[in-house]
Design a protein around this ligand. Structure first.
Ligand code: BES
Ligand code: ZN
Length: 596
């Protein structure tokens, strides 16, 4: 036996599930999906075989093969991170198995929202988030990106609600008990890209191949914010080749969505915090779109090679930004990324976890949600920039095209990539000391610095209270750079002047607000506590929650505030966010206690 992935029970000596027909009735009262999943094997068995699947908190009713024969099964012990192995004893000539089951109200991939938690306030809402290893809480599967599936799906939802999926819609039919929505996904996907949402949803077309879905009350704002999506698509196709997924639709999520964006194929999920009314945060759309090539088409084989997904995607995102908005805009974002990277590296070192600053990680026994950080994103980006600078853009672009073309709908390792580079550009890896980047900790000294005259101008002002005129032309990234570069602790009267002059505490831009609140809390600036708690109660995006909770929990003066805020808001947070924040607060408490 050989496991394919430290986070999955999938075994490469066992049969392969290639296609799934999934039927689910959405039960808002029980907060459960009542499901049948029919798993089709790549080829019918000649002899009996064992098949291990990943599950988490599934309540199994029965399992039968295509002949209707009961399939003996056994559930392994519960592991809090990985879930439970479901071991099936398949009889000879098995071609498909049907599993009847229901999901748990605590399924880690699902968030069930009451009507009061939605914008419209009239209907409940449900959405999934399967990356990294949560698909197993929705259906039994080989939950590793090393195994792709195609699928058909039917979602039966209560009357008045709409179901959308990261798949092609077929039709919707009214029946007793609600509406049955049917979908089909013909492009093979890793299980973490299975995604759906159910709620009061409407859409606006943005282009012939793109529309935005959201609750009716947000539709106008969303359609305006993302009106340029076709320009993003065209720029991306110009850089990376034809778009392979036909449609690029967007779904603007409820505020509790734990990420900025999630690259679910054909239907990217986006946080509503992107609706800044000035299109200033659409780089997240560029990022999720870029995943259509880097990640969804060419996928990391498991979470230990996550940088192949995210580092490549940040690189591709900034190439799109550069093509649309120019070099300065891309460089400013790179500069901000570098600051976040340096912070993360310092934090991992302080926590005694420097191994999480390598590009290629070793995550046996480690929950990928806990290991998540900007390191694979920004260190991966820098490594690719260095390679690009070394080879020159023309040769690097050819290398990238070859990489993407050679692994379409495949799963890749870091070694696949280094082999590819070595074949195309012999000696290049050695010249840039690639081993230090891939297997070494921290950021090697040959990391290319971000260069921009606007960046220099902003950094010169850090620590001062600039005149309004000076900041007039600043975009959000420049504001963030300014705030992030302000030395901590900043003096209370400096912070008060900044807030008075620029109304930072009431900024409608979530990126800017979070940078401001971080600076203020890290400086122990008491007037920022209320706005921070308010923000923590309004949003669920972990990128904002984590640093703010960390800042509050790190200081003895505000540790209680962190706990109180968390207790108040935890029921509204997504299960993944709840888990990650709980462990962050526990770690913070442990650190403080151990200090004499
Ligand atoms: N795929 C990620 C989100 C993710 C990563 C979910 C790991 C679960 C586990 C997505 O593409 C992403 O990176 N989102 C970023 C966008 C940013 C880098 C522009 C985010 O959510 O902030
Ligand atoms: Zn990403």
């Amino acid at each position: 036996m050989a496991l394919l992935d430290p986070h999955s029970f999938a075994d490469d000596t066992q049969p392969v599930v290639r296609h799934v027909e999934w039927r689910a009735a959405v039960d808002f009262t029980e907060r459960a999906l009542h499901c049948v999943a029919r798993l089709h094997l790549e080829r019918p068995l000649e002899e009996g075989a064992t098949l291990d699947l990943d599950t988490r908190a599934l309540e199994l009713a029965e399992i039968r093969d295509q002949r209707g024969w009961a399939v003996p099964f056994e559930l392994g012990p519960v592991d809090p991170v990985f879930g439970q192995r479901l071991r099936l004893s398949l009889p000879p000539h098995t071609a498909a198995i049907s599993v009847r089951y229901r999901t748990s109200p605590d399924a880690s991939a699902l968030q069930w929202l009451g009507a009061a938690q939605t914008l419209g306030g009239r209907h409940p809402y449900l959405f999934s988030q399967c990356q990294a290893i949560h698909a197993r809480s929705v259906l039994p599967c080989q939950d590793t990106p090393a195994r792709r599936i195609t699928y058909g799906a039917e979602l039966l939802v209560p009357p008045g609600l709409t179901a959308v999926m990261a798949a092609a819609g077929i039709d919707a039919k009214e029946e007793a008990g609600g509406t049955r929505f049917r979908f089909r996904m013909v492009q093979p996907i890793p299980p973490y890209l299975l995604a759906f949402a159910v709620g009061e949803l409407g859409y606006r077309d943005l282009s012939p191949r793109s529309r935005v879905w959201t609750e009716p009350g947000l539709l106008d704002a969303a359609a305006w914010e993302f009106a340029d999506v076709e320009r993003h698509l065209a720029a991306a196709e110009g850089l990376f080749g034809p778009y392979d997924w036909e449609r690029f639709d967007l779904l603007v999520m409820p505020p509790s969505f734990p990420y900025g964006g999630m690259e679910n194929p054909r239907l990217t999920f986006l946080t509503p915090t992107l609706l800044a009314k000035d299109r200033s945060l659409v780089n997240v759309v560029a990022h999720e779109l870029a995943h259509s090539w880097t990640g969804n088409l060419v996928t990391n084989v498991n979470a230990e090679h996550f940088w192949l997904n995210e580092g490549f995607t940040v690189f591709a995102e900034r190439r799109i930004i550069e093509a649309l908005d120019g070099t300065e805009a891309a460089e400013l974002q790179a500069a901000l990324g570098r600051r976040e990277l340096d912070d993360a590296v310092a934090r991992f070192r302080a926590q005694g976890l420097p191994q999480l600053t390598c590009l290629r990680t070793h995550l046996a026994g480690v929950d990928p949600d806990e290991a998540f950080s900007v390191v694979p994103y920004e260190k991966g980006y820098l490594f690719l920039r260095l390679l690009e600078a070394t080879l020159g853009r023309t040769q690097f672009d050819a290398l990238l095209q070859g990489w993407l073309a050679g692994h379409r709908f495949g799963a890749v390792t870091t070694e696949d990539f280094t082999r590819h580079v070595e074949a195309v550009a012999p000696g290049a890896l050695e010249a840039i000391d690639a081993t230090a980047w891939i297997d070494g900790e921290g950021i090697p000294p040959n990391a290319p610095p971000a260069r921009s005259t606007r960046l220099d101008a902003v950094l010169k002002l850090a620590g001062s209270v600039p005149e309004v005129e000076v900041t007039q032309g600043w975009n959000v990234t420049e504001w963030q750079l300014f705030l992030d570069a302000t030395p901590r602790p900043a003096a209370p009267d400096e912070l008060a002047s900044l807030d008075r002059r620029f109304s930072l505490s009431t900024s409608a831009n979530a990126e800017l607000l979070s940078s401001w609140l971080c600076l203020a809390l890290e400086s122990n600036y008491a007037p920022a506590i209320d706005p921070a708690c308010d923000f923590l109660g309004r949003i669920g995006r972990m990128k904002y929650l984590k640093p703010l909770y960390r800042a509050l929990a790190q200081r003895p003066e505000t540790r209680e505030v962190a706990e109180r805020c968390f207790d108040q808001n935890a029921p509204r947070y997504h299960p993944i966010a709840r888990q990650v924040l709980r462990s962050l607060l526990d770690k913070a408490a442990a650190t403080v206690q151990s200090t004499p």
